[in-house]
Design a protein around this ligand. Structure first.
Ligand code: PHB
Ligand code: FE
Length: 329
């Protein structure tokens, strides 16, 4: 069943016996208790572990619904139409579709963003940071205790100029930036030498991306570090499991900069298994536009995600004008 109403009604209920509020978005109801997040819709209901739910919700909110589909798991998720967002249950799940138990609502981005941000704020306890690796944060569980607004609203460090030039952000400096992560203690911290022609000292720069990433305090949160027209370089540090299963609406390139990530690759629309990709340092992979994927990083690793941000691509692919594979071998 599908409804489309960009004036989606929303409501917030008083805290339950565990201290958490419940939220409605159209015909979806979100509630939580000490261990679980519950989602109901007219034809079904779903349950997720509270920590996994909050980690997924954190990405969906921080990334403004990202490219294509953000699956919280095999049932619940959002699809970005860049202005509106589909909130769905079972839509990309073969069994739910065949049983006609799936449900989709198309919602104005502003409305779903505000409700998702409110759920994230209310359900995240002071002990839990949804961006941190499990080893570097406390528990998501138990009755409501405080909040962690600073963690869930943190802004990614965005270089105002190319990193290393005067006026960049202080990510590389231990005194006012972030310390080197425990798992990157072996990453060299020396910087390249630059000998600029006189007069060009403020315009020629260079920095060690490895040293830079070794200080990232968050996991599974690509940051844009360079932009060349629609080409975005988005490196990130990864540990444990990508909290979402990302359904692509365009091809993405991955360059494994260090260590190892195991990717589960499935058909985007049905969830049928397609591939298991093990990427070791130096490996490059192109993820096609008709898949969804989830990564597992046994040790903190560095990954470069290369995106083409053109707004024209989803339509070129869905109309068949662009191939789903970015390269033919
Ligand atoms: C992806 O969906 O391609 C993705 C998302 C977040 C990451 C890495 C990859 O940290
Ligand atoms: Fe992806």
């Amino acid at each position: 069943m599908t409804t489309s109403d960009t004036q989606t009604p929303t409501s917030v209920r008083e805290p339950n016996e565990f201290g958490y509020r419940s939220f409605t978005l159209g015909e979806f109801l979100f509630s939580r208790d000490e261990y679980f997040a519950y989602v109901t819709w007219p034809t079904g209901r779903h349950v997720m572990s509270a920590d996994a739910f909050l980690r997924a919700m954190q990405r969906d909110v921080a990334w403004e619904f990202f490219y294509g589909i953000v699956n919280f798991d095999g049932v619940l998720g959002t699809m970005n139409h860049y202005g509106t967002v589909d909130l769905f249950a079972g839509r990309y799940n073969d069994a739910f579709r065949k049983a006609e138990l799936d449900h989709v609502e198309t919602i104005d981005t502003q409305i779903i963003r505000d409700v998702f941000a409110a759920i994230l704020a209310d359900w995240t306890n002071e002990s839990f940071d949804p961006f941190a690796s499990p080893e570097e944060t406390g528990s998501a569980f138990g009755p409501k205790k405080g909040d962690n607004i600073a963690a869930i609203t943190r802004h990614r460090v965005t270089a105002r100029r190319m990193v290393s030039l005067p006026g960049d952000e202080p990510l590389r400096d231990d005194s006012n930036g972030h310390p080197v992560n425990r798992m990157f203690a072996d990453v060299a911290q020396d910087e390249p030498e630059v000998h600029a022609e006189p007069g060009f000292e403020d315009e020629v720069g260079s920095f060690s991306l490895f040293a830079y990433l070794s200080r990232s305090p968050v996991t599974w949160n690509p940051s844009v570090v360079s932009v060349c027209r629609d080409s975005l370089y988005c490196p990130t540090t990864e540990e444990y499991i990508l909290p979402i299963i990302h359904g692509n609406d365009r091809a993405e390139w991955f360059v494994q900069l260090s260590d190892e990530i195991i990717w589960d690759v499935e058909d985007r629309d049905t969830g049928r298994k397609r591939a298991k990709v093990i990427m070791k340092a130096g490996d490059v992979a192109a993820m096609p536009s008709d898949i969804r994927h989830q990564g597992y990083s046994p040790k903190r690793s560095m990954l470069l995600v290369w995106e083409n941000a053109s707004l024209k691509i989803p339509e070129l692919i869905s109309s068949g004008k662009f191939p789903t594979q970015p390269v033919e071998f």
